[in-house]
Ligand binder design. Structure first.
Ligand SMILES: Cc1cc2nc3c(=O)[nH]c(=O)nc-3n(C[C@H](O)[C@H](O)[C@H](O)COP(=O)(O)OP(=O)(O)OC[C@H]3O[C@@H](n4cnc5c(N)ncnc54)[C@H](O)[C@@H]3O)c2cc1C
Length: 485
């Protein structure tokens, strides 16, 4: 061991960064987290729009090291998830490791270590650099003519303007994805005049979201209760996912179920507008906790389907010339899903930048590492299961593997990067698994956009667990850094 000490820098203090921070703290590794915002929480801090609930069971959105026995509902509201995440950060004493209001703007691998630059002009150095910068983080605004001409308030769903009063306003919500559905539903039930602008219909999961009962909460606290419940949830994830991966009776049953939700719509014309023309699951399925289909039949709710031509000071003009007068516009138009750590400038071996590496296609080894970028790890990077697994569970697998690699690079005084061959093998295995999955069927989705395959994980969870437990060290080049720790 030398004196200078082994050190890790993490970018981001969302769920992923906090999970990583807690793991590093427990391993007694020196580390700093940089967070560009003023508090922890990432997605759950930024998205405060009405109607947002977690889309997996609340119990599945727990850090494995911080059980919560007190979720209020089967699917918790976003504010409760944020409160839980903040409480975990506080209880685990993580804040003192985080530099808030300080974005990492550049990272360069040089001299066997990562040279980090922040927006405050600080220079830091790390043996290992971990990007926990999120996969749905950079809001995407639509390229619609006249956006700046709108006279009233307008904002992205991830930047909700809480100073705008709900009452007496004509709201326009652009987008039919998960956020658009939840916002429209919430505004409609709140009695607002709301028009949702959609280009295509989505499959929507109309689900019950009951309050949790004292009996359910008590069961978790009984001896062995929590572990039993964890096993049940794990099994549920594995079994529940099969319809997405393989054709067969489970998929057919799901399709029948989702089609039956559309029967809530009484007006045949509206039903036609809201019936998707592609297979179930091809896009991320919006979850509705207060029956979106009933909400959009309220007299104060309207669906306008078709292309928007332009935005004018007092509303939206459709391609067919129809003018919809509005007072407020919400852009529920999603995120740049392939930005990952960018706009940060990341430079690996021999001056190669991340933008150059990903110019032709997005790739990674296991979603966690990249050839040519030694000792750079990503959490929920490309090909992580962003569609089909509760994020904390996915993180547990990735972080377990990263910690094993960290132990290895420390022991070898080296920097690890996956080999090109191993990365190509990984991508080929994934590519071969996509045909037959729901994501390949006839729709445009944000996983694919301009990529050759969806940027997703097309195998069962049990296989992902095995993959990360058994990552062969031979898949990595270990480059001596000349620095002992
Ligand atoms: C509206 C919405 C609803 C969602 N609902 C669900 C759900 O129900 N279930 C589910 O499993 N997933 C859901 N997701 C996905 C969600 O993003 C993940 O569950 C999870 O929160 C991701 O955590 P993260 O830490 O990886 O990323 P994020 O939560 O995005 O956190 C990234 C953090 O990194 C910081 N950061 C970024 N760049 C830098 C930089 N250069 N320097 C310093 N800090 C930086 C950001 O400020 C942020 O705090 C949802 C996403 C959205 C947008």
């Amino acid at each position: 061991m030398t004196d200078r000490g082994f050190r890790v820098v993490v970018a981001g203090a969302g769920v992923a960064g906090l999970f990583m921070a807690d793991t590093l703290k427990r391993a007694r590794i020196d580390f700093t987290v940089y967070e560009k915002a003023s508090e922890v929480g990432g997605t759950w801090r930024d998205n405060t729009f009405p109607g947002l609930y977690v889309d997996v069971l609340s119990r599945q959105y727990e850090f494995p090291f911080e059980p919560n026995y007190n979720w209020s509902r089967k699917y918790a509201p976003a504010s409760e998830i944020l409160a839980y995440v903040k409480k975990v950060a506080q209880r685990r004493g993580l804040a003192k490791f985080i530099r808030f209001n300080e974005a990492i703007t550049a990272a360069r691998f040089s001299g066997g270590r990562w040279q980090i630059e922040t927006g405050k002009g600080r220079a830091d150095v790390a043996d290992v650099f971990i990007c926990a910068t999120g996969f749905l983080h950079q809001p995407r605004l639509p390229d619609i003519a006249g956006r700046d001409n709108f006279a009233g308030p307008s904002f992205h769903s991830a930047r909700w303007d809480h100073s705008v009063s709900y009452e007496g306003q004509r709201w326009g919500v652009i987008g039919s994805g998960a956020s658009g559905v939840q916002i429209t539903e919430a505004l409609a039930w709140a009695g607002c005049d709301v028009t949702q602008f959609i280009r295509r219909a989505q499959w929507v999961h109309i689900r019950d979201n009951p309050h949790s009962t004292w009996r359910e909460r008590l069961k978790l606290r009984l001896p062995g209760g929590y572990a039993r419940e964890q096993r049940r949830l794990w099994q549920m994830i594995n079994e529940g996912d099969a319809w997405r991966l393989y054709p067969g009776p489970q998929r057919e049953a799901m399709e029948r179920e989702y089609r039956s939700y559309l029967d809530y719509i009484k007006d045949p014309e509206l039903k036609q507008k809201l019936t998707p023309d592609y297979n179930l699951g091809c896009t991320r399925i919006p979850k509705s906790d207060r029956n979106y289909y009933e909400a959009v039949q309220l007299p104060n709710a309207h669906i306008v389907k078709g292309a928007i031509d332009r935005i004018v000071p007092d509303g939206i003009v459709m391609a067919d010339g129809a003018h919809v007068p509005l007072d407020v516009i919400v852009y529920a138009t999603g995120f740049d899903p392939h930005a990952y750590m960018r706009p940060m400038n990341v430079t690996g071996l021999n001056g190669a930048t991340i933008d150059e590496a990903w110019r032709e296609r997005i790739f990674s080894y296991g979603g966690i590492a990249l050839p040519g970028f030694p000792n750079l790890f990503m959490l929920y990077g490309p090909f992580s299961p962003v569609n089909n697994v509760p994020v904390p569970l996915g993180l547990e697998q990735e972080i377990g593997c990263i910690m094993r690699l960290i132990a290895e690079v420390r022991a070898r005084c080296a920097a690890a990067a996956p080999t090109i061959a191993a990365t190509e093998n990984f991508l080929a295995r994934l590519g071969a698994a996509f045909p037959g999955t729901v994501w390949m069927g006839g729709c445009k989705n944000w996983y694919t956009s301009d990529q050759p395959t969806p940027v997703l994980w097309p195998f069962p969870q049990s296989e992902r667990k095995t993959f990360f437990e058994q990552v062969p060290l031979a898949d990595f080049n270990f480059i001596p850094t000349g620095q002992a720790d």
